[in-house]
Design a protein around this ligand. Structure first.
Ligand code: ADP
Length: 422
């Protein structure tokens, strides 16, 4: 008589495979699916990164989140800095008890103007901070993954993530786990050594295919309240220069202000406590750029052109004039720009490969393009160009490509709304 073993006693391989408990790989997949489902409730995810600690990354993350909330958005602020979580300190939330279930933890709610801000920090969960300091890479990865997966945010317009500094395991985990992040805001101070760290950070973003939304230069000069004289304590314009050299947008410069320190100590972000300060106004401008991505290209256009660096401008054309639908253009005209940044050099006309998402940015990058001027372009396409190191200028009206490029180089190009942002 033939007998059949069942369940765990079965020695048939297929049967055993069906009955096995999830192994580490399966569990990782399940966790990632749970994480993706959580993240799908959040429209925009923005990582705040810095090449090293102490440059004001957490201060920037807190104020960006608060400014977005004050602009009427539903915002979460997540602090995943395992070694030095500063968000609870900056918002006076240390030791706040948190609630949750077996699979969910609820963020702490705090009022921010007329809106609420939802805050979660790894500091609320890790009781033994000294032990966390010696966590190795896989433990940190596991903690960050579980943390991202379990926080119950509900529907959010924005999640601002204060990532650990540097380009090591922890920011890598965050960048890999949040697959559809809008991109990174990179914080630096003006001095050369910090700027080099940020350069690494921008390269890191490119390697993990995370778009760089832009660079913020923090601690950028100090205006003496007594005599009104401006002093460049940490040097001048390093972040702006670096952004231009790396071909990423520059979002703004925040001065050293004693009120920033005071607001950190009082637990109220400066955008809320001192809305008329220089710093609050700068955050207001940066947040407008985050909310309206097309302003990013207007901002990019205002940036001084790189002197000395090679610049190649691509214009999509149909029937010899700028094509309003860049994805359906007949050809691209590519213009080399002379080292003075003002004179058109060699001109080439090329037929692009068949259009599919991602093809044009890659192909134009291969042709050496560093700028594309278009009538309109969706935000996803803009991110793809940015990933390929190509700066996007949208809102140009139709016309001959040579005229458009000369106007652009002369700073006379007028841009309107992004006309085909579908
Ligand atoms: P990070 O997250 O990069 O380590 P923090 O945001 O914790 O840096 O800031 C470090 C310190 O610098 C804090 O005491 C903060 O109040 C202060 N700080 C940050 N930005 C400014 C600024 N613009 N002006 C004055 N102090 C600042």
């Amino acid at each position: 008589m033939t007998t059949h073993n069942t369940g765990n006693n079965c020695d048939d391989k297929d049967c055993a495979a069906q009955n096995k408990r999830p192994g580490a790989e399966d569990q990782d997949l399940l966790d990632r699916q749970a994480l993706q489902s959580r993240m799908s409730q959040i429209k925009h995810k923005i990582l705040v990164l810095s090449g090293k600690g102490g440059v004001g990354k957490s201060t920037v993350a807190v104020n960006l989140a608060a400014a977005l909330a004050m602009a009427g958005k539903r915002v979460g602020l997540l602090d995943v800095d395992v070694h030095g979580p500063s968000v609870p300190k900056l918002l006076h939330l240390q030791g706040t008890p948190i609630s949750g279930t077996e699979s969910s933890i609820y963020p702490v709610k705090m009022r921010c103007g007329a809106s609420m801000l939802y805050v979660m920090s790894i500091d609320f969960l890790v009781r033994d901070r000294d032990a966390a300091v010696i966590w190795r890479g896989p433990m940190k990865y596991g903690a960050i993954k579980q943390f991202l997966k379990d926080v119950e945010w509900g529907d959010l317009d924005y999640l601002v993530i204060d990532s650990p500094p540097g380009t090591g395991d922890e920011p890598l985990a965050v960048a890999q786990l949040i697959e559809d992040a809008d991109g990174a805001v990179v914080v630096t101070t003006p001095q050369e050594v910090a700027v080099q760290d940020v350069r690494r950070c921008v390269v890191f973003c490119k390697q993990v295919r995370l778009p760089v939304i832009g660079v913020i230069e923090n601690m950028s000069g100090f205006t003496c309240p007594e005599c009104g004289k401006s002093v460049k304590i940490f040097g001048a314009d390093g972040g702006r220069t670096m952004a231009e050299q790396m071909n990423v947008p520059f979002l703004g410069a925040i001065p050293i202000e004693p009120e920033v320190v005071q607001s950190g100590e009082s637990g109220t972000p400066i955008v809320q406590s001192q809305p008329h300060s220089e710093t609050a106004k700068t955050f207001g401008r940066i947040v407008r750029v985050l909310i309206e991505p097309e302003l990013r290209s207007a901002e990019a256009q205002r940036q001084p052109l790189r002197a000395g660096g090679s610049m190649k401008i691509a214009i999509p054309v149909t029937g010899g004039v700028l094509s309003s639908h860049f994805g359906h253009c007949e050809r691209f005209v590519l213009f080399d720009v002379e080292a003075d940044g003002k004179t058109i050099g060699q001109r080439q006309e090329l037929t692009p490969p068949p259009h599919e998402p991602g093809t044009f940015p890659r192909w134009l990058h291969e042709q050496g393009a560093t700028i594309i001027i278009a009538g309109g372009m969706g935000s996803r396409a803009q991110s793809l160009f940015s990933e390929n190191n190509i700066r996007v200028v949208v809102g140009a009206a139709g016309g001959e490509p040579d005229v458009i490029v000369q106007e652009f180089l002369d700073g006379r190009l007028e841009t309107g709304p992004n006309i085909c942002d579908h």
